[in-house]
Write a protein that binds this ligand. Sequence first.
Ligand code: MG
Ligand code: MG
Length: 264
Amino acid sequence: MAILYRSKTEIEGIRRAGQVVMEILAVLREAVRPGVTTGELDAIAARELARREARSNFKGYVPRKGIPPFPGVICASVNDEIVHGIPGRRVLQEGDIIAVDFGAIVDGWHGDSAVTLPVGAVTAEAERLLTVTREALWRGIAQVRPGNRVSDISKAVQGYVEGQGCAVVRQYVGHGIGRALHEEPSVPNYFDPDPRVPDPRLRPGMVICIEPMVNLGAADTRELRDHWTVATADGSLSAHFEHTVAVTSGEPDVLTAHVASPAA
Ligand code: MG
Ligand code: MG
Protein backbone atom coordinates (compact mmCIF):
# COMPACT_ATOMS: atom_id res chain seq x y z
CA MET A 1 0.00 0.00 0.00
CA ALA A 2 1.34 3.41 -0.93
CA ILE A 3 1.19 6.67 0.98
CA LEU A 4 -1.78 8.76 -0.17
CA TYR A 5 -1.66 12.54 -0.53
CA ARG A 6 -4.92 14.35 0.14
CA SER A 7 -6.24 17.47 -1.51
CA LYS A 8 -7.30 20.45 0.63
CA THR A 9 -10.95 19.43 0.13
CA GLU A 10 -10.20 15.88 1.25
CA ILE A 11 -8.35 17.16 4.31
CA GLU A 12 -11.45 19.18 5.23
CA GLY A 13 -13.38 15.88 5.12
CA ILE A 14 -10.94 14.32 7.57
CA ARG A 15 -11.17 17.45 9.73
CA ARG A 16 -14.97 17.05 9.97
CA ALA A 17 -14.47 13.48 11.16
CA GLY A 18 -11.79 14.72 13.58
CA GLN A 19 -14.12 17.35 14.98
CA VAL A 20 -16.83 14.76 15.62
CA VAL A 21 -14.23 12.65 17.44
CA MET A 22 -13.26 15.60 19.62
CA GLU A 23 -16.85 16.65 20.36
CA ILE A 24 -17.54 13.15 21.62
CA LEU A 25 -14.25 12.91 23.55
CA ALA A 26 -15.30 16.15 25.30
CA VAL A 27 -18.57 14.47 26.35
CA LEU A 28 -16.63 11.43 27.60
CA ARG A 29 -14.23 13.63 29.53
CA GLU A 30 -17.20 14.99 31.50
CA ALA A 31 -18.51 11.46 32.10
CA VAL A 32 -15.26 10.00 33.51
CA ARG A 33 -15.59 9.82 37.30
CA PRO A 34 -15.33 7.25 40.09
CA GLY A 35 -18.20 4.75 39.85
CA VAL A 36 -18.77 4.87 36.10
CA THR A 37 -18.06 1.71 34.09
CA THR A 38 -16.05 1.62 30.89
CA GLY A 39 -19.10 0.04 29.26
CA GLU A 40 -21.19 3.08 30.22
CA LEU A 41 -18.59 5.34 28.57
CA ASP A 42 -18.81 3.18 25.45
CA ALA A 43 -22.60 3.48 25.42
CA ILE A 44 -22.35 7.28 25.67
CA ALA A 45 -19.92 7.37 22.74
CA ALA A 46 -22.15 5.07 20.65
CA ARG A 47 -25.17 7.30 21.35
CA GLU A 48 -23.23 10.45 20.44
CA LEU A 49 -22.03 8.86 17.18
CA ALA A 50 -25.61 7.95 16.25
CA ARG A 51 -26.84 11.48 17.04
CA ARG A 52 -24.30 12.82 14.54
CA GLU A 53 -25.01 10.11 11.94
CA ALA A 54 -21.35 9.12 12.22
CA ARG A 55 -20.07 5.54 12.24
CA SER A 56 -17.50 3.79 14.39
CA ASN A 57 -14.22 2.71 12.85
CA PHE A 58 -13.34 0.66 15.93
CA LYS A 59 -16.42 -1.53 16.39
CA GLY A 60 -16.08 -4.77 14.43
CA TYR A 61 -12.42 -4.11 13.61
CA VAL A 62 -10.50 -7.34 12.92
CA PRO A 63 -6.75 -6.73 12.90
CA ARG A 64 -5.83 -10.24 11.78
CA LYS A 65 -7.42 -13.61 11.20
CA GLY A 66 -8.55 -15.46 14.33
CA ILE A 67 -9.05 -12.34 16.48
CA PRO A 68 -12.63 -11.63 17.58
CA PRO A 69 -13.99 -8.35 16.16
CA PHE A 70 -13.50 -5.40 18.53
CA PRO A 71 -16.81 -5.09 20.41
CA GLY A 72 -16.77 -1.41 21.43
CA VAL A 73 -16.72 2.03 19.83
CA ILE A 74 -14.04 3.19 22.32
CA CYS A 75 -10.91 1.53 23.60
CA ALA A 76 -10.80 1.97 27.38
CA SER A 77 -7.41 1.11 28.88
CA VAL A 78 -7.12 1.54 32.66
CA ASN A 79 -3.89 1.97 34.68
CA ASP A 80 -1.36 -0.67 33.49
CA GLU A 81 -3.40 -1.27 30.33
CA ILE A 82 -1.73 0.49 27.41
CA VAL A 83 -4.14 0.26 24.47
CA HIS A 84 -7.09 -1.70 23.05
CA GLY A 85 -8.88 -2.22 26.36
CA ILE A 86 -12.37 -3.62 25.80
CA PRO A 87 -15.08 -1.50 27.46
CA GLY A 88 -17.27 -3.47 29.84
CA ARG A 89 -18.14 -3.95 33.49
CA ARG A 90 -14.99 -2.45 34.97
CA VAL A 91 -15.89 0.29 37.45
CA LEU A 92 -13.52 3.27 37.51
CA GLN A 93 -12.05 3.99 40.93
CA GLU A 94 -10.72 7.23 42.38
CA GLY A 95 -7.01 7.38 41.51
CA ASP A 96 -7.27 5.36 38.27
CA ILE A 97 -6.12 6.73 34.95
CA ILE A 98 -8.07 5.79 31.82
CA ALA A 99 -6.86 6.03 28.24
CA VAL A 100 -9.80 6.61 25.92
CA ASP A 101 -8.97 5.95 22.28
CA PHE A 102 -11.78 6.88 19.92
CA GLY A 103 -12.43 7.23 16.22
CA ALA A 104 -15.28 8.07 13.86
CA ILE A 105 -16.17 7.88 10.18
CA VAL A 106 -17.99 10.88 8.67
CA ASP A 107 -18.85 10.84 4.94
CA GLY A 108 -16.29 8.06 4.48
CA TRP A 109 -13.43 9.98 6.15
CA HIS A 110 -11.79 8.70 9.32
CA GLY A 111 -10.67 10.59 12.43
CA ASP A 112 -8.75 9.11 15.39
CA SER A 113 -7.64 10.56 18.71
CA ALA A 114 -6.81 9.41 22.22
CA VAL A 115 -6.55 11.06 25.61
CA THR A 116 -5.64 9.72 29.05
CA LEU A 117 -7.73 11.13 31.87
CA PRO A 118 -7.37 11.06 35.65
CA VAL A 119 -10.29 9.58 37.60
CA GLY A 120 -10.72 11.96 40.51
CA ALA A 121 -7.46 12.69 42.35
CA VAL A 122 -4.46 10.66 41.15
CA THR A 123 -0.91 10.25 42.48
CA ALA A 124 1.78 12.75 41.54
CA GLU A 125 3.48 9.94 39.61
CA ALA A 126 0.37 9.32 37.52
CA GLU A 127 -0.05 13.06 36.94
CA ARG A 128 3.54 13.25 35.73
CA LEU A 129 3.01 10.33 33.33
CA LEU A 130 0.04 12.13 31.77
CA THR A 131 2.05 15.35 31.44
CA VAL A 132 5.04 13.56 29.87
CA THR A 133 2.89 11.62 27.38
CA ARG A 134 0.87 14.68 26.31
CA GLU A 135 4.07 16.69 25.89
CA ALA A 136 5.64 13.83 23.87
CA LEU A 137 2.67 13.97 21.48
CA TRP A 138 3.07 17.71 20.97
CA ARG A 139 6.84 17.37 20.45
CA GLY A 140 6.07 14.81 17.76
CA ILE A 141 3.46 17.09 16.18
CA ALA A 142 6.00 19.94 16.09
CA GLN A 143 8.10 17.82 13.69
CA VAL A 144 5.26 17.58 11.14
CA ARG A 145 6.85 19.81 8.51
CA PRO A 146 7.50 19.21 4.82
CA GLY A 147 11.00 17.85 4.24
CA ASN A 148 11.25 16.23 7.66
CA ARG A 149 11.04 12.46 7.83
CA VAL A 150 8.78 10.21 9.88
CA SER A 151 11.86 9.42 11.99
CA ASP A 152 12.06 13.07 13.06
CA ILE A 153 8.72 12.52 14.80
CA SER A 154 9.91 9.23 16.28
CA LYS A 155 13.16 10.73 17.57
CA ALA A 156 11.42 13.73 19.12
CA VAL A 157 8.95 11.51 20.98
CA GLN A 158 11.49 8.92 22.11
CA GLY A 159 14.19 11.43 23.08
CA TYR A 160 11.82 13.41 25.24
CA VAL A 161 10.14 10.40 26.89
CA GLU A 162 13.39 8.61 27.71
CA GLY A 163 14.89 11.88 28.96
CA GLN A 164 12.01 11.95 31.46
CA GLY A 165 12.89 8.44 32.67
CA CYS A 166 9.88 6.80 31.02
CA ALA A 167 9.68 4.22 28.21
CA VAL A 168 7.97 4.30 24.81
CA VAL A 169 6.01 1.26 23.68
CA ARG A 170 7.40 -0.24 20.45
CA GLN A 171 4.86 -2.88 19.43
CA TYR A 172 2.15 -0.37 18.57
CA VAL A 173 2.72 2.66 16.37
CA GLY A 174 0.98 5.59 14.73
CA HIS A 175 -0.29 5.41 11.15
CA GLY A 176 -1.59 7.18 8.09
CA ILE A 177 -5.35 7.78 8.00
CA GLY A 178 -7.96 8.85 5.47
CA ARG A 179 -10.46 6.56 3.75
CA ALA A 180 -9.29 3.81 6.12
CA LEU A 181 -8.40 3.91 9.81
CA HIS A 182 -4.94 2.52 9.19
CA GLU A 183 -3.02 3.56 6.08
CA GLU A 184 0.64 4.04 5.19
CA PRO A 185 3.02 5.14 6.61
CA SER A 186 3.72 3.64 10.03
CA VAL A 187 4.66 6.32 12.56
CA PRO A 188 6.73 4.67 15.30
CA ASN A 189 7.42 6.34 18.62
CA TYR A 190 11.04 5.18 18.56
CA PHE A 191 13.84 5.42 16.03
CA ASP A 192 15.08 2.24 14.38
CA PRO A 193 18.43 2.92 12.67
CA ASP A 194 18.05 -0.17 10.44
CA PRO A 195 18.23 1.30 6.89
CA ARG A 196 15.68 -1.27 5.68
CA VAL A 197 12.99 0.38 7.80
CA PRO A 198 10.99 2.76 5.56
CA ASP A 199 11.44 6.38 6.61
CA PRO A 200 9.43 8.50 4.18
CA ARG A 201 9.72 12.24 3.93
CA LEU A 202 6.72 14.23 5.09
CA ARG A 203 5.04 15.98 2.19
CA PRO A 204 1.98 18.25 2.05
CA GLY A 205 -1.22 16.21 1.85
CA MET A 206 -0.02 13.36 4.08
CA VAL A 207 -2.34 12.78 7.04
CA ILE A 208 -0.99 10.80 9.97
CA CYS A 209 -1.91 9.79 13.49
CA ILE A 210 0.82 10.37 16.05
CA GLU A 211 0.15 8.37 19.20
CA PRO A 212 2.80 7.92 21.87
CA MET A 213 2.15 5.16 24.39
CA VAL A 214 4.35 5.76 27.43
CA ASN A 215 5.06 3.49 30.40
CA LEU A 216 6.36 4.57 33.80
CA GLY A 217 8.30 1.28 33.96
CA ALA A 218 9.78 -0.82 31.16
CA ALA A 219 8.59 -0.77 27.53
CA ASP A 220 7.62 -4.46 27.46
CA THR A 221 4.00 -5.36 26.84
CA ARG A 222 1.74 -8.36 27.31
CA GLU A 223 -1.55 -9.19 25.63
CA LEU A 224 -4.41 -10.24 27.88
CA ARG A 225 -6.48 -13.36 27.24
CA ASP A 226 -9.29 -11.34 25.63
CA HIS A 227 -6.95 -11.10 22.54
CA TRP A 228 -7.24 -7.32 22.60
CA THR A 229 -6.14 -5.58 25.78
CA VAL A 230 -2.42 -4.77 25.86
CA ALA A 231 -0.88 -4.10 29.27
CA THR A 232 2.59 -3.34 30.61
CA ALA A 233 4.56 -6.51 31.35
CA ASP A 234 5.77 -5.11 34.69
CA GLY A 235 2.38 -3.76 35.83
CA SER A 236 3.53 -0.14 35.69
CA LEU A 237 1.16 2.66 34.68
CA SER A 238 0.81 3.56 31.00
CA ALA A 239 -0.67 6.54 29.15
CA HIS A 240 -1.67 7.22 25.53
CA PHE A 241 -2.38 10.45 23.66
CA GLU A 242 -3.13 10.78 19.95
CA HIS A 243 -4.00 13.35 17.32
CA THR A 244 -4.71 13.19 13.59
CA VAL A 245 -2.39 15.66 11.85
CA ALA A 246 -2.05 16.87 8.24
CA VAL A 247 1.26 17.89 6.69
CA THR A 248 0.91 21.30 5.04
CA SER A 249 3.46 23.51 3.27
CA GLY A 250 4.03 25.14 6.68
CA GLU A 251 2.74 24.50 10.20
CA PRO A 252 1.28 21.14 11.26
CA ASP A 253 -2.52 21.13 10.93
CA VAL A 254 -4.10 19.21 13.84
CA LEU A 255 -7.37 17.85 12.43
CA THR A 256 -8.49 16.65 15.86
CA ALA A 257 -8.04 20.07 17.45
CA HIS A 258 -9.90 20.54 20.69
CA VAL A 259 -13.46 21.72 20.61
CA ALA A 260 -14.50 22.12 24.23
CA SER A 261 -11.66 21.66 26.67
CA PRO A 262 -8.24 23.35 26.64
CA ALA A 263 -6.41 20.44 28.30
CA ALA A 264 -4.38 17.97 26.22
MG1 MG B 1 -6.67 5.93 18.17
MG1 MG C 1 -4.55 5.53 15.88
